[in-house]
Design a protein around this ligand. Structure first.
Ligand code: ADP
Ligand code: MG
Ligand code: ZN
Length: 474
Protein backbone atom coordinates (compact mmCIF):
# COMPACT_ATOMS: atom_id res chain seq x y z
CA UNK A 1 0.00 0.00 0.00
CA UNK A 2 1.24 3.46 -0.92
CA UNK A 3 0.86 6.85 0.61
CA UNK A 4 0.66 9.99 -1.52
CA UNK A 5 2.87 12.91 -0.48
CA UNK A 6 2.16 16.36 -1.86
CA UNK A 7 3.60 19.84 -1.29
CA UNK A 8 2.38 22.93 -3.11
CA UNK A 9 3.99 26.10 -4.39
CA UNK A 10 1.45 28.82 -5.07
CA UNK A 11 2.35 32.02 -6.88
CA UNK A 12 0.00 34.81 -5.97
CA UNK A 13 0.11 38.01 -7.94
CA UNK A 14 -0.21 40.88 -5.48
CA UNK A 15 -2.69 43.59 -6.46
CA UNK A 16 -0.39 46.54 -5.88
CA UNK A 17 -0.84 49.63 -8.02
CA UNK A 18 2.73 49.62 -9.24
CA UNK A 19 5.36 46.96 -9.93
CA UNK A 20 7.74 45.45 -7.41
CA UNK A 21 10.84 47.51 -8.16
CA UNK A 22 9.66 50.40 -10.35
CA UNK A 23 6.65 52.69 -10.63
CA UNK A 24 5.16 51.15 -13.76
CA UNK A 25 1.45 50.32 -13.37
CA UNK A 26 0.53 46.66 -12.89
CA UNK A 27 -2.84 47.01 -14.66
CA UNK A 28 -3.20 44.62 -17.56
CA UNK A 29 -4.96 44.79 -20.95
CA UNK A 30 -2.66 47.63 -21.94
CA UNK A 31 -0.91 47.78 -25.28
CA UNK A 32 2.06 45.42 -25.28
CA UNK A 33 5.30 46.72 -23.79
CA UNK A 34 3.82 50.08 -22.76
CA UNK A 35 3.88 49.49 -18.98
CA UNK A 36 7.65 49.34 -18.95
CA UNK A 37 10.60 51.47 -17.92
CA UNK A 38 14.39 51.09 -17.84
CA UNK A 39 14.16 49.13 -14.57
CA UNK A 40 11.69 46.45 -15.63
CA UNK A 41 13.31 46.31 -19.06
CA UNK A 42 16.62 45.71 -17.23
CA UNK A 43 18.46 48.40 -19.13
CA UNK A 44 22.01 48.94 -17.91
CA UNK A 45 22.31 51.39 -15.04
CA UNK A 46 18.68 51.25 -13.93
CA UNK A 47 18.30 50.34 -10.27
CA UNK A 48 15.42 48.60 -8.49
CA UNK A 49 13.69 50.16 -5.46
CA UNK A 50 11.38 48.03 -3.35
CA UNK A 51 7.67 48.88 -3.40
CA UNK A 52 6.62 49.11 0.30
CA UNK A 53 3.07 48.04 -0.50
CA UNK A 54 4.48 44.58 -1.18
CA UNK A 55 5.83 44.37 2.37
CA UNK A 56 2.46 45.52 3.75
CA UNK A 57 0.66 42.76 1.91
CA UNK A 58 3.25 40.21 3.00
CA UNK A 59 2.68 41.20 6.64
CA UNK A 60 -1.06 40.67 6.14
CA UNK A 61 -0.58 37.23 4.64
CA UNK A 62 1.96 36.28 7.31
CA UNK A 63 -0.45 37.32 10.05
CA UNK A 64 -3.31 35.38 8.47
CA UNK A 65 -1.31 32.15 8.36
CA UNK A 66 0.13 32.58 11.85
CA UNK A 67 3.66 32.82 10.56
CA UNK A 68 6.89 34.43 11.65
CA UNK A 69 7.39 37.74 9.89
CA UNK A 70 11.07 38.37 9.39
CA UNK A 71 11.65 42.00 10.26
CA UNK A 72 14.64 41.96 7.95
CA UNK A 73 14.64 39.91 4.80
CA UNK A 74 16.88 39.88 1.75
CA UNK A 75 16.69 39.51 -2.00
CA UNK A 76 18.62 37.06 -4.14
CA UNK A 77 19.28 36.60 -7.82
CA UNK A 78 18.18 33.44 -9.53
CA UNK A 79 19.86 33.27 -12.91
CA UNK A 80 18.26 31.68 -15.91
CA UNK A 81 17.95 32.67 -19.51
CA UNK A 82 14.56 32.97 -21.11
CA UNK A 83 13.22 35.58 -23.53
CA UNK A 84 10.53 36.83 -21.13
CA UNK A 85 13.16 37.92 -18.60
CA UNK A 86 15.35 40.71 -20.02
CA UNK A 87 17.77 40.68 -17.07
CA UNK A 88 18.38 36.92 -17.43
CA UNK A 89 17.77 36.57 -13.70
CA UNK A 90 14.80 36.76 -11.39
CA UNK A 91 14.91 38.70 -8.14
CA UNK A 92 13.54 36.44 -5.40
CA UNK A 93 14.16 35.61 -1.74
CA UNK A 94 15.98 32.33 -1.26
CA UNK A 95 17.89 32.53 2.01
CA UNK A 96 15.75 34.81 4.19
CA UNK A 97 12.15 35.17 3.01
CA UNK A 98 9.80 37.76 4.46
CA UNK A 99 7.43 35.13 5.90
CA UNK A 100 8.31 31.73 7.42
CA UNK A 101 6.77 28.88 9.43
CA UNK A 102 3.09 29.44 8.94
CA UNK A 103 0.14 27.11 9.03
CA UNK A 104 -3.23 26.70 7.45
CA UNK A 105 -6.13 24.63 8.72
CA UNK A 106 -8.18 22.59 6.29
CA UNK A 107 -11.68 21.39 7.19
CA UNK A 108 -13.08 18.08 6.06
CA UNK A 109 -16.74 17.49 5.34
CA UNK A 110 -17.11 15.24 8.39
CA UNK A 111 -16.12 18.16 10.63
CA UNK A 112 -12.54 17.07 11.29
CA UNK A 113 -9.55 19.34 10.65
CA UNK A 114 -5.91 19.10 9.68
CA UNK A 115 -3.06 21.59 9.86
CA UNK A 116 -0.90 22.01 6.78
CA UNK A 117 2.41 23.64 7.60
CA UNK A 118 3.63 26.43 5.39
CA UNK A 119 7.37 26.54 4.99
CA UNK A 120 7.62 30.10 3.71
CA UNK A 121 6.20 32.92 1.64
CA UNK A 122 8.72 34.92 -0.31
CA UNK A 123 8.58 37.96 -2.56
CA UNK A 124 9.66 37.69 -6.16
CA UNK A 125 9.28 39.43 -9.50
CA UNK A 126 7.13 37.96 -12.24
CA UNK A 127 8.45 37.51 -15.77
CA UNK A 128 6.93 38.92 -18.95
CA UNK A 129 4.97 36.84 -21.43
CA UNK A 130 5.97 35.10 -24.62
CA UNK A 131 3.29 35.19 -27.26
CA UNK A 132 3.47 32.64 -30.03
CA UNK A 133 1.72 33.49 -33.29
CA UNK A 134 2.38 30.94 -36.00
CA UNK A 135 6.07 31.08 -36.87
CA UNK A 136 6.63 34.24 -34.89
CA UNK A 137 7.19 34.58 -31.17
CA UNK A 138 6.83 37.93 -29.48
CA UNK A 139 7.65 39.15 -26.03
CA UNK A 140 5.39 41.38 -23.96
CA UNK A 141 7.09 42.80 -20.88
CA UNK A 142 4.06 44.54 -19.33
CA UNK A 143 3.95 41.85 -16.65
CA UNK A 144 7.70 41.81 -16.04
CA UNK A 145 8.38 42.98 -12.51
CA UNK A 146 4.85 42.43 -11.20
CA UNK A 147 5.08 41.41 -7.52
CA UNK A 148 4.43 37.80 -6.59
CA UNK A 149 4.23 36.10 -3.23
CA UNK A 150 5.26 32.47 -3.57
CA UNK A 151 3.67 30.46 -0.79
CA UNK A 152 5.40 27.13 -0.24
CA UNK A 153 3.78 24.41 1.83
CA UNK A 154 5.52 21.53 3.58
CA UNK A 155 4.86 18.14 1.96
CA UNK A 156 1.93 17.59 4.34
CA UNK A 157 -0.92 16.73 1.99
CA UNK A 158 -1.91 13.11 1.49
CA UNK A 159 -4.65 13.22 -1.16
CA UNK A 160 -6.01 15.45 -3.88
CA UNK A 161 -8.95 16.15 -1.59
CA UNK A 162 -6.54 17.75 0.91
CA UNK A 163 -4.86 19.67 -1.90
CA UNK A 164 -8.14 21.18 -3.08
CA UNK A 165 -9.19 22.06 0.49
CA UNK A 166 -5.83 23.75 1.06
CA UNK A 167 -6.00 25.70 -2.18
CA UNK A 168 -9.56 26.81 -1.61
CA UNK A 169 -8.74 27.98 1.90
CA UNK A 170 -5.62 29.83 0.77
CA UNK A 171 -7.53 31.34 -2.12
CA UNK A 172 -10.27 32.55 0.14
CA UNK A 173 -7.79 34.06 2.62
CA UNK A 174 -6.14 36.05 -0.18
CA UNK A 175 -9.52 37.35 -1.31
CA UNK A 176 -10.53 38.20 2.27
CA UNK A 177 -7.29 40.13 2.77
CA UNK A 178 -7.75 41.63 -0.69
CA UNK A 179 -4.04 41.32 -1.43
CA UNK A 180 -4.59 39.72 -4.85
CA UNK A 181 -7.29 38.83 -7.37
CA UNK A 182 -6.32 35.18 -7.11
CA UNK A 183 -7.90 34.31 -10.43
CA UNK A 184 -6.68 30.90 -11.59
CA UNK A 185 -7.78 31.31 -15.20
CA UNK A 186 -6.14 34.71 -15.52
CA UNK A 187 -2.95 33.42 -13.92
CA UNK A 188 -2.94 35.51 -10.77
CA UNK A 189 -3.06 32.32 -8.62
CA UNK A 190 -0.70 29.73 -10.10
CA UNK A 191 -0.20 26.33 -8.59
CA UNK A 192 2.76 23.96 -8.90
CA UNK A 193 2.09 20.52 -7.46
CA UNK A 194 4.96 18.40 -6.08
CA UNK A 195 4.04 14.72 -5.93
CA UNK A 196 5.75 11.63 -4.62
CA UNK A 197 4.66 8.27 -3.26
CA UNK A 198 6.02 6.05 -0.51
CA UNK A 199 5.14 2.73 1.10
CA UNK A 200 2.66 3.38 3.90
CA UNK A 201 4.45 3.75 7.23
CA UNK A 202 7.68 4.92 5.62
CA UNK A 203 8.77 8.30 7.01
CA UNK A 204 11.31 9.10 4.35
CA UNK A 205 10.54 11.39 1.41
CA UNK A 206 10.94 9.84 -2.02
CA UNK A 207 11.68 11.47 -5.35
CA UNK A 208 9.24 14.24 -6.16
CA UNK A 209 7.93 15.34 -9.49
CA UNK A 210 6.78 18.90 -9.98
CA UNK A 211 3.73 19.51 -12.17
CA UNK A 212 3.57 23.12 -13.25
CA UNK A 213 0.88 25.71 -13.79
CA UNK A 214 -2.35 23.78 -13.85
CA UNK A 215 -5.16 26.29 -14.15
CA UNK A 216 -8.22 24.68 -12.56
CA UNK A 217 -9.07 22.60 -9.50
CA UNK A 218 -10.47 19.90 -11.77
CA UNK A 219 -7.20 19.62 -13.69
CA UNK A 220 -5.17 19.61 -10.48
CA UNK A 221 -7.13 16.58 -9.28
CA UNK A 222 -6.68 14.87 -12.63
CA UNK A 223 -2.95 15.63 -12.84
CA UNK A 224 -2.38 14.20 -9.34
CA UNK A 225 -4.36 11.08 -10.14
CA UNK A 226 -2.37 10.48 -13.35
CA UNK A 227 1.02 11.21 -11.79
CA UNK A 228 0.38 8.99 -8.76
CA UNK A 229 -0.73 6.15 -11.05
CA UNK A 230 2.44 6.55 -13.12
CA UNK A 231 4.69 6.40 -10.04
CA UNK A 232 2.87 3.41 -8.50
CA UNK A 233 3.01 1.52 -11.77
CA UNK A 234 6.76 2.17 -12.06
CA UNK A 235 7.22 0.92 -8.48
CA UNK A 236 5.19 -2.21 -9.07
CA UNK A 237 7.03 -2.93 -12.32
CA UNK A 238 10.34 -2.61 -10.49
CA UNK A 239 11.49 0.37 -12.58
CA UNK A 240 10.83 3.14 -10.03
CA UNK A 241 14.53 4.01 -9.65
CA UNK A 242 15.09 4.41 -13.36
CA UNK A 243 11.79 5.95 -14.40
CA UNK A 244 10.93 8.37 -11.65
CA UNK A 245 13.35 11.23 -11.43
CA UNK A 246 13.15 14.71 -9.99
CA UNK A 247 11.83 16.73 -12.90
CA UNK A 248 9.27 19.25 -13.98
CA UNK A 249 6.31 17.79 -15.81
CA UNK A 250 3.51 19.37 -17.74
CA UNK A 251 -0.14 18.38 -17.51
CA UNK A 252 -1.67 17.97 -20.95
CA UNK A 253 -5.41 18.33 -20.60
CA UNK A 254 -6.23 17.09 -24.09
CA UNK A 255 -4.03 14.01 -23.95
CA UNK A 256 -4.83 13.50 -20.27
CA UNK A 257 -1.25 12.78 -19.30
CA UNK A 258 1.68 14.38 -17.55
CA UNK A 259 4.87 14.52 -19.56
CA UNK A 260 8.40 15.65 -18.97
CA UNK A 261 9.08 19.33 -19.58
CA UNK A 262 12.61 19.59 -18.26
CA UNK A 263 14.89 18.00 -15.73
CA UNK A 264 14.76 19.68 -12.36
CA UNK A 265 17.48 22.23 -11.90
CA UNK A 266 19.36 22.18 -8.64
CA UNK A 267 19.85 25.41 -6.70
CA UNK A 268 23.43 25.48 -8.00
CA UNK A 269 22.22 25.62 -11.60
CA UNK A 270 20.58 28.93 -10.82
CA UNK A 271 23.78 30.42 -9.41
CA UNK A 272 21.86 32.05 -6.59
CA UNK A 273 23.60 34.95 -4.91
CA UNK A 274 22.53 37.96 -2.83
CA UNK A 275 21.07 40.72 -4.98
CA UNK A 276 23.64 43.52 -4.89
CA UNK A 277 21.38 46.29 -6.20
CA UNK A 278 18.81 46.21 -3.42
CA UNK A 279 18.81 47.14 0.25
CA UNK A 280 17.53 44.66 2.80
CA UNK A 281 13.74 44.69 3.19
CA UNK A 282 12.78 46.04 6.61
CA UNK A 283 9.37 45.52 8.15
CA UNK A 284 9.01 48.41 10.60
CA UNK A 285 7.09 48.47 13.91
CA UNK A 286 4.66 50.80 12.27
CA UNK A 287 4.01 48.40 9.40
CA UNK A 288 3.36 45.64 11.90
CA UNK A 289 0.96 47.72 13.93
CA UNK A 290 -1.00 48.79 10.84
CA UNK A 291 -0.94 45.67 8.67
CA UNK A 292 -1.22 42.93 11.25
CA UNK A 293 -4.74 44.21 11.94
CA UNK A 294 -6.29 42.05 9.30
CA UNK A 295 -10.00 41.74 8.52
CA UNK A 296 -12.05 38.84 9.83
CA UNK A 297 -10.99 35.64 8.05
CA UNK A 298 -13.26 32.88 6.69
CA UNK A 299 -13.00 30.59 9.76
CA UNK A 300 -13.79 33.35 12.25
CA UNK A 301 -16.58 34.66 10.08
CA UNK A 302 -18.03 31.19 9.83
CA UNK A 303 -18.13 30.70 13.62
CA UNK A 304 -19.61 34.15 14.05
CA UNK A 305 -22.37 33.41 11.50
CA UNK A 306 -23.22 30.21 13.35
CA UNK A 307 -23.32 32.09 16.66
CA UNK A 308 -24.91 35.32 15.59
CA UNK A 309 -27.43 34.17 13.01
CA UNK A 310 -28.05 30.62 14.21
CA UNK A 311 -26.96 29.26 10.83
CA UNK A 312 -25.94 25.64 10.45
CA UNK A 313 -22.26 24.87 9.82
CA UNK A 314 -22.86 23.91 6.23
CA UNK A 315 -24.66 27.09 5.20
CA UNK A 316 -22.16 29.17 7.14
CA UNK A 317 -19.25 27.60 5.30
CA UNK A 318 -20.91 27.95 1.90
CA UNK A 319 -21.56 31.64 2.52
CA UNK A 320 -18.15 32.44 4.03
CA UNK A 321 -16.14 30.51 1.43
CA UNK A 322 -16.17 33.64 -0.70
CA UNK A 323 -15.65 37.11 0.72
CA UNK A 324 -18.03 38.65 -1.84
CA UNK A 325 -20.76 36.23 -0.81
CA UNK A 326 -20.17 36.87 2.90
CA UNK A 327 -20.36 40.63 2.41
CA UNK A 328 -23.44 40.28 0.23
CA UNK A 329 -25.11 38.17 2.90
CA UNK A 330 -24.36 40.60 5.71
CA UNK A 331 -25.61 43.52 3.64
CA UNK A 332 -28.86 41.60 3.02
CA UNK A 333 -29.22 41.07 6.77
CA UNK A 334 -29.28 44.87 7.17
CA UNK A 335 -32.86 44.68 5.88
CA UNK A 336 -33.82 42.90 9.07
CA UNK A 337 -34.69 39.56 7.49
CA UNK A 338 -34.17 35.98 8.66
CA UNK A 339 -30.78 34.38 8.02
CA UNK A 340 -32.47 31.29 6.64
CA UNK A 341 -34.36 33.23 3.97
CA UNK A 342 -31.33 35.36 3.19
CA UNK A 343 -29.26 32.20 2.64
CA UNK A 344 -31.81 30.57 0.37
CA UNK A 345 -32.44 33.64 -1.72
CA UNK A 346 -28.73 34.28 -2.09
CA UNK A 347 -27.40 30.76 -2.68
CA UNK A 348 -30.34 29.17 -4.47
CA UNK A 349 -32.39 31.87 -6.17
CA UNK A 350 -29.83 34.54 -7.05
CA UNK A 351 -26.85 32.29 -7.66
CA UNK A 352 -29.02 29.85 -9.59
CA UNK A 353 -30.04 32.67 -11.92
CA UNK A 354 -26.49 33.97 -12.32
CA UNK A 355 -25.27 30.45 -13.16
CA UNK A 356 -21.73 31.44 -12.33
CA UNK A 357 -21.64 33.64 -15.43
CA UNK A 358 -21.97 36.96 -13.67
CA UNK A 359 -20.19 37.65 -10.42
CA UNK A 360 -22.61 38.61 -7.62
CA UNK A 361 -20.69 41.85 -7.16
CA UNK A 362 -21.69 43.16 -10.59
CA UNK A 363 -25.17 41.69 -10.86
CA UNK A 364 -28.11 44.12 -11.31
CA UNK A 365 -29.50 42.70 -8.12
CA UNK A 366 -27.35 43.98 -5.29
CA UNK A 367 -27.60 42.91 -1.66
CA UNK A 368 -29.92 45.73 -0.70
CA UNK A 369 -32.38 44.81 -3.43
CA UNK A 370 -32.36 41.12 -2.72
CA UNK A 371 -32.69 41.80 1.01
CA UNK A 372 -35.60 44.11 0.32
CA UNK A 373 -37.28 41.47 -1.84
CA UNK A 374 -37.01 38.93 0.98
CA UNK A 375 -38.38 41.56 3.34
CA UNK A 376 -41.43 41.86 1.09
CA UNK A 377 -42.06 38.12 1.45
CA UNK A 378 -41.60 38.22 5.19
CA UNK A 379 -43.95 41.17 5.69
CA UNK A 380 -46.62 39.44 3.58
CA UNK A 381 -46.57 41.92 0.68
CA UNK A 382 -45.91 39.17 -1.85
CA UNK A 383 -45.79 35.39 -1.85
CA UNK A 384 -42.57 33.47 -2.29
CA UNK A 385 -43.78 32.41 -5.72
CA UNK A 386 -44.43 36.00 -6.75
CA UNK A 387 -40.99 36.97 -5.43
CA UNK A 388 -39.41 34.60 -7.94
CA UNK A 389 -41.21 36.46 -10.74
CA UNK A 390 -40.03 39.76 -9.32
CA UNK A 391 -36.45 38.49 -9.18
CA UNK A 392 -36.64 37.29 -12.80
CA UNK A 393 -37.65 40.82 -13.80
CA UNK A 394 -34.97 42.42 -11.63
CA UNK A 395 -32.33 40.29 -13.31
CA UNK A 396 -33.24 41.78 -16.70
CA UNK A 397 -33.09 45.44 -15.82
CA UNK A 398 -31.93 47.75 -13.10
CA UNK A 399 -35.33 48.34 -11.48
CA UNK A 400 -36.54 48.82 -7.97
CA UNK A 401 -38.24 46.05 -5.98
CA UNK A 402 -41.45 47.80 -4.97
CA UNK A 403 -41.81 49.27 -8.45
CA UNK A 404 -41.67 45.81 -10.03
CA UNK A 405 -44.12 44.39 -7.50
CA UNK A 406 -46.59 47.13 -8.45
CA UNK A 407 -45.95 46.91 -12.16
CA UNK A 408 -46.53 43.16 -12.20
CA UNK A 409 -49.56 43.48 -9.91
CA UNK A 410 -48.21 40.89 -7.51
CA UNK A 411 -49.14 42.50 -4.24
CA UNK A 412 -50.97 40.09 -1.98
CA UNK A 413 -54.21 41.20 -0.45
CA UNK A 414 -53.65 41.10 3.29
CA UNK A 415 -56.22 43.74 3.97
CA UNK A 416 -58.64 41.81 6.20
CA UNK A 417 -61.68 43.82 5.16
CA UNK A 418 -61.30 42.85 1.50
CA UNK A 419 -60.46 39.24 2.34
CA UNK A 420 -63.38 38.89 4.75
CA UNK A 421 -65.77 39.94 2.00
CA UNK A 422 -64.44 37.20 -0.27
CA UNK A 423 -64.52 34.62 2.55
CA UNK A 424 -68.11 35.51 3.39
CA UNK A 425 -69.11 35.11 -0.25
CA UNK A 426 -67.44 31.71 -0.53
CA UNK A 427 -69.05 30.51 2.71
CA UNK A 428 -72.47 31.73 1.59
CA UNK A 429 -72.16 30.01 -1.80
CA UNK A 430 -71.15 26.67 -0.29
CA UNK A 431 -73.68 26.03 2.46
CA UNK A 432 -73.54 22.25 1.98
CA UNK A 433 -69.76 22.12 2.33
CA UNK A 434 -69.92 24.30 5.43
CA UNK A 435 -72.33 21.84 7.01
CA UNK A 436 -70.08 18.90 6.15
CA UNK A 437 -67.06 20.73 7.56
CA UNK A 438 -68.85 21.53 10.77
CA UNK A 439 -69.96 17.89 10.90
CA UNK A 440 -66.32 16.87 11.22
CA UNK A 441 -64.93 16.74 7.67
CA UNK A 442 -61.79 18.77 8.55
CA UNK A 443 -60.19 18.15 5.20
CA UNK A 444 -62.64 20.57 3.61
CA UNK A 445 -60.74 23.49 5.14
CA UNK A 446 -58.33 23.36 2.24
CA UNK A 447 -61.24 23.58 -0.16
CA UNK A 448 -62.33 26.89 1.34
CA UNK A 449 -58.80 28.31 1.26
CA UNK A 450 -58.48 27.23 -2.35
CA UNK A 451 -61.77 28.89 -3.31
CA UNK A 452 -60.77 32.15 -1.69
CA UNK A 453 -57.36 32.09 -3.38
CA UNK A 454 -59.05 31.40 -6.71
CA UNK A 455 -61.57 34.17 -6.23
CA UNK A 456 -58.74 36.61 -5.44
CA UNK A 457 -56.82 35.37 -8.52
CA UNK A 458 -54.01 34.22 -6.30
CA UNK A 459 -53.42 37.62 -4.79
CA UNK A 460 -54.71 36.83 -1.30
CA UNK A 461 -52.17 36.33 1.46
CA UNK A 462 -52.72 32.62 2.29
CA UNK A 463 -51.84 33.13 5.94
CA UNK A 464 -54.41 35.87 6.31
CA UNK A 465 -57.02 33.75 4.54
CA UNK A 466 -56.31 30.87 6.89
CA UNK A 467 -56.73 33.07 9.93
CA UNK A 468 -60.02 34.56 8.74
CA UNK A 469 -61.52 31.23 7.71
CA UNK A 470 -60.59 29.62 11.02
CA UNK A 471 -62.61 32.24 12.83
CA UNK A 472 -65.52 32.24 10.43
CA UNK A 473 -65.89 28.48 10.20
CA UNK A 474 -65.54 28.07 13.95
P1 ADP B 1 12.09 24.02 -5.31
O1 ADP B 1 12.08 25.47 -5.01
O2 ADP B 1 13.34 23.55 -5.92
O3 ADP B 1 10.90 23.58 -6.10
P2 ADP B 1 11.48 23.47 -2.50
O4 ADP B 1 12.41 22.90 -1.49
O5 ADP B 1 11.11 24.89 -2.37
O6 ADP B 1 12.06 23.20 -3.93
O7 ADP B 1 10.21 22.55 -2.43
C1 ADP B 1 9.18 22.67 -3.30
C2 ADP B 1 7.94 21.96 -2.81
O8 ADP B 1 8.10 20.56 -2.90
C3 ADP B 1 7.54 22.24 -1.40
O9 ADP B 1 6.18 22.58 -1.42
C4 ADP B 1 7.75 20.94 -0.67
O10 ADP B 1 6.79 20.73 0.33
C5 ADP B 1 7.57 19.94 -1.77
N1 ADP B 1 8.26 18.67 -1.56
C6 ADP B 1 9.53 18.49 -1.18
N2 ADP B 1 9.83 17.17 -1.15
C7 ADP B 1 8.72 16.51 -1.55
C8 ADP B 1 8.41 15.12 -1.74
N3 ADP B 1 9.29 14.16 -1.55
N4 ADP B 1 7.16 14.82 -2.13
C9 ADP B 1 6.26 15.77 -2.38
N5 ADP B 1 6.49 17.08 -2.22
C10 ADP B 1 7.72 17.45 -1.82
MG1 MG C 1 9.66 24.88 -7.30
ZN1 ZN D 1 9.02 49.53 -14.89
Amino acid sequence: MFEIVIGLEVHVQLNTKTKLFCSCPTSFNHKQNTNTCPTCLALPGALPVLNKEVLHKSVMLGTAIDATINRTSFFDRKSYFYPDSPSAYQITQLYTPVVEHGKLQIDFEDGSHKIIRINRAHIEADAGKNIHEGDISKVDLNRAGTPLLEIVSEPDMRSSEEVILYLKKLHSIIRYLDIGDANMQEGSFRVDVNVSIRPKGDEKLYTRVEIKNINSFKFIEKAIELEVARQIEAWEDGVYESEICQETRLFDQTKQETRSMRGKEEAADYRYFPEPDLLKAVVTDEMISVYSKIPELPDEKKSRFVQEYGMNEYNASVITSSVEMAHFFEAMMQEGISAKNATTWLTVELQGRLKGEVNITNSHVDAKKLGHLVKRIEDGTISGKAAKEVLDRLMEENLDVDGVIDALGLKQVSDTGALETICDAIIAANGDKVAEYKGGKDKLFGFFVGQVMKESKGSANPQAVNDILKVKLG
